[in-house]
Design a protein around this ligand. Structure first.
Ligand SMILES: [Zn+2]
Length: 592
C-alpha cells in the first residue's frame, strides 16, 4: 500500500508535499522507489503540435505486453506513429518505454496513465494552442544572471543621478510591460543557465545542467526524453529565419539551449555540431575552439571535423574579426552568416573599450554585442517571412560570479545599447516583439557609497543612508560608459553569497576579480593577491561551502521587460516556461 501510494505521490504531487513531509516519507520508503516516473512530468504545459518524447519508468521489471499506457482513456498508440523503444531493465532500475516524437494536436487537459500488474503512474498535462500569428519577428535578449542591482548600477554609471532623479534611462527601462519571472527548475530551487534557458526555449522545466530534455534515469546524456525548441518549431513549421548571438562561447548553456538536447551542458562538441545542423541563418559569438578539428592549435574537439569549413560549404559567410563582421553584414548578398571571434568567452566592454586587460591584447578585433546584434538584424531582416533572434549578454553572469560588479555593470550598459538597436529596428518594423530578461539572478545589492575622504579603516569609508550621498563617476561618453571607475566616491556594491575573499571596495583594473583560490587541503580560500595590492583590504569569510570558488545564482525573481505586439501578456509574476508560451503564441507556432 505504501509502495503504490508513494509512486502516486511522485508523479502527482510529490514536489509540493516534499517540504512538508519529506522526513516522514524518507523514513517510510527507500529511495529507489522515487525512480518510477513519467516524462513530461505532471503539470507540464505542452504546445499543441510540438514534438516531445514520452518516457515511462517503472520500478518493476515486466514484459512489454504487461504495460498498459493510455492518454485520456485511449491507447497511447493513437498519438504516436513511431514504434516505442522498450527497455526490459534499464540500468538495473526497472522497465522503461520511450515514445519518440509524439504530437498532440488538440488543446485541452490530458491525463496519461501507465499501469503494470504492480504499479500505476499518472500525470496530467495542459496542451495549449497558440492562435493565429500576431508578430513577424521576435527578438529575445538574455542578460545572463542580470540581477536588479546590475541594472541599477548600470543606470547610475550610464545616466547619472542628481538629487534623486536619474538623468536618463536604460533602453529597456521604458518598455511598457514588465513581469517577475520564477526561474527554479524541476529538480532544484536554484537554476543554472542550461535549465533556465531551456524553459524559455521549450516551455518545459528541466534540471540543472540539462537542456531540451527531461532528466530521466538514462545514463547516456543524449538519450533522455526530448522536447522541441522554439528554433526547431520555427524551422519545421515556417519559412522564418533564426539567429543566435552570444558573447560567451556559442556552446555555452544559453545559446546551446536554443538548439540542443542534452542532459549535460558540458557536451560542447555535440552542441557545436547541433549549431551546424540547426539551420540557424546567423550564428555569432565566442567558442571557436569547438568548430575546428583537433589538429588545430586552439581546438577543443576530439575529432577531425572542421565545422567552419562545413558552414562555408553550407553557404554561410564566415567572419572572424569585427571588421569582417561589419563588412559581411553590410553586404547585400549575405543571407547566412557565421562568425566566431574568440576561442573561449569573449571579453567584456570594460576590458575591450577601456582597460585592455584579460585577453584583449591577444584578441584585439572582437566585435561589441551591439555590432553583433546590428549585423544579425541586417541579415535576418532580409527574410520577408520574419525572424527569431536570441541575443545573450553572457558576461553579466560571468562577472557576477567572481563578484566583479563593475565589469557586470559595463556589460549591462552594453546590453542596453544592443537593445536600443532592436528598438530602433522596431520603429520601422512595429510587428516585432522584443523581450529583455535575465535567465536567473545573482545576490548583488547596492548598500551605499564608498568615500575615500572618510577617515578610518576601509569599512568606515562606506557611507549609508544620508551619509552615502552620491558617487562621482565622470559623465558617460556617447556610448553610455564613464571613462573612469576608480573615482573617490564609488558605489558600495556587495554580494550576499560568496566564497572567502578580500573586499577591496575598488574596481579590479588589472583583470577580472579572482576572489578565491585553492588552499591547502583543497578548500577555496581568499586570494591574497588582493591583500598584497591593498593592505587595508578586508578579509571576508565565505558563507558558501568551502569548495565554492565564486558567487552563485540565486532564486530571487528575474525582472523581464518587453515591448511590441504580445508583450502585454507579460505582467505580474510568471513562470519561466510562460515566456516560451508568449513567444510561440505571438508567432502562431501552435496552430492545430
Ligand atoms: Zn552563472
Amino acid at each position: 500500500m505504501i509502495f503504490l501510494a508513494t509512486i502516486f505521490l511522485k508523479t502527482m504531487h510529490i514536489s509540493r508535499l516534499l517540504p512538508l513531509c519529506s522526513a516522514l516519507l524518507l523514513t517510510l520508503i527507500s529511495s529507489h522507489i522515487y525512480a518510477a516516473a513519467i516524462y513530461p512530468i505532471n503539470d507540464a504545459s505542452i504546445l499543441a503540435g510540438s514534438k516531445f518524447d514520452i518516457k515511462v519508468e517503472l520500478n518493476g521489471v515486466i514484459n512489454q505486453d504487461e504495460l498498459q499506457i493510455q492518454i485520456n482513456g485511449a491507447p497511447v498508440t493513437k498519438f504516436v506513429n513511431a514504434k516505442p523503444e522498450f527497455i526490459a531493465n534499464e540500468n538495473g532500475k526497472g522497465s522503461s518505454i520511450i515514445f519518440r516524437d509524439v504530437q498532440i494536436a488538440k488543446p485541452g487537459k490530458y491525463s496519461m496513465t501507465a499501469s503494470s500488474p504492480q504499479e500505476r503512474l499518472q500525470v496530467s498535462w495542459d496542451v495549449y494552442a497558440s492562435g493565429p500569428r500576431r508578430v513577424k519577428n521576435v527578438i529575445l535578449f538574455i542578460g545572463d544572471g542580470m540581477t536588479i542591482a546590475n541594472r541599477t548600477a548600470a543606470r547610475v554609471l550610464s545616466k547619472g543621478i542628481t538629487e534623486g532623479k536619474y538623468q536618463g534611462k536604460l533602453s529597456f527601462d521604458d518598455m511598457p510591460n514588465i513581469a517577475l519571472i520564477g526561474t527554479s527548475g524541476s529538480d532544484s530551487l536554484i537554476t543554472d543557465s542550461a535549465n533556465s534557458m531551456s524553459a524559455y526555449t521549450t516551455g518545459h522545466k528541466t534540471a540543472v545542467n540539462a537542456m531540451g530534455v527531461y532528466v530521466s534515469r538514462a545514463t547516456d546524456n543524449l538519450s533522455h526524453p526530448k522536447v522541441e525548441t522554439i528554433a526547431e518549431l520555427i524551422k519545421r513549421n515556417t519559412k522564418m529565419s533564426v539567429g543566435i548571438v552570444s558573447d560567451a562561447e556559442l556552446e555555452d548553456a544559453t545559446p546551446a539551449a536554443v538548439v540542443s538536447h542534452t542532459r549535460r551542458r558540458a557536451d560542447k562538441q555535440y552542441i557545436a555540431d547541433q549549431l551546424l545542423v540547426s539551420g540557424a541563418e546567423v550564428i555569432l559569438g565566442g567558442g571557436s575552439a569547438y568548430f575546428y578539428p583537433q589538429s588545430t592549435k586552439t581546438s577543443k574537439r576530439k575529432d577531425d571535423k572542421n565545422l567552419v569549413e562545413a558552414f562555408k560549404s553550407d553557404g554561410y559567410q564566415t567572419v572572424f574579426t569585427k571588421q569582417e563582421l561589419l563588412k559581411a553584414s553590410e553586404d547585400k548578398s549575405t543571407k547566412k552568416l557565421f562568425g566566431v571571434f574568440h576561442p573561449d568567452n569573449m571579453d567584456g566592454s570594460l576590458d575591450r573599450l577601456f582597460l585592455k586587460k584579460n585577453t584583449v591584447a591577444e584578441f584585439p578585433n572582437q566585435p561589441d554585442l551591439t555590432e553583433m546584434t546590428q549585423s544579425a538584424i541586417n541579415v535576418l531582416s532580409k527574410n520577408p517571412n520574419g525572424f527569431f533572434l536570441m541575443v545573450e549578454a553572457a558576461l553579466i553572469d560571468k562577472f557576477n560570479h567572481p563578484l566583479d560588479w563593475e565589469r557586470a555593470a559595463f556589460d549591462t550598459i552594453m546590453l542596453s545599447n544592443a537593445v536600443q538597436i532592436a528598438k530602433d529596428f522596431a520603429k520601422t518594423h512595429p510587428d516585432t516583439l522584443i523581450i529583455v530578461t535575465p535567465d536567473h539572478t545573482h545576490s548583488g545589492s547596492i548598500a551605499g557609497v564608498v568615500n575615500d575622504a572618510k577617515a578610518g579603516p576601509l569599512r568606515e569609508k562606506v557611507g549609508t543612508y544620508a551619509d552615502a550621498g552620491y558617487p562621482n563617476y565622470p559623465k558617460a561618453n556617447v556610448e553610455g560608459y564613464p571613462n573612469q571607475m576608480d573615482v573617490s566616491k564609488r558605489l558600495a556594491f556587495f554580494y550576499g553569497a560568496y566564497p572567502d575573499h578580500y573586499e577591496t571596495m575598488h574596481p579590479k583594473l588589472d583583470g577580472t576579480f579572482v576572489p578565491a583560490i585553492k588552499g591547502e587541503g583543497g578548500n577555496f580560500v581568499a586570494n591574497s593577491k588582493y591583500l598584497q595590492q591593498q593592505e587595508d583590504a578586508i578579509h571576508v569569510g565565505g558563507n558558501l561551502p568551502s569548495q565554492q570558488d565564486t558567487g552563485v545564482h540565486t532564486a530571487d525573481d528575474a525582472v523581464l521587460s518587453a515591448i511590441g505586439p504580445g508583450s502585454e501578456k507579460f505582467h505580474g509574476f510568471m513562470d519561466n516556461t510562460e515566456v516560451f508560451k508568449v513567444m510561440v503564441e505571438s508567432l502562431g507556432l501552435g496552430r492545430q
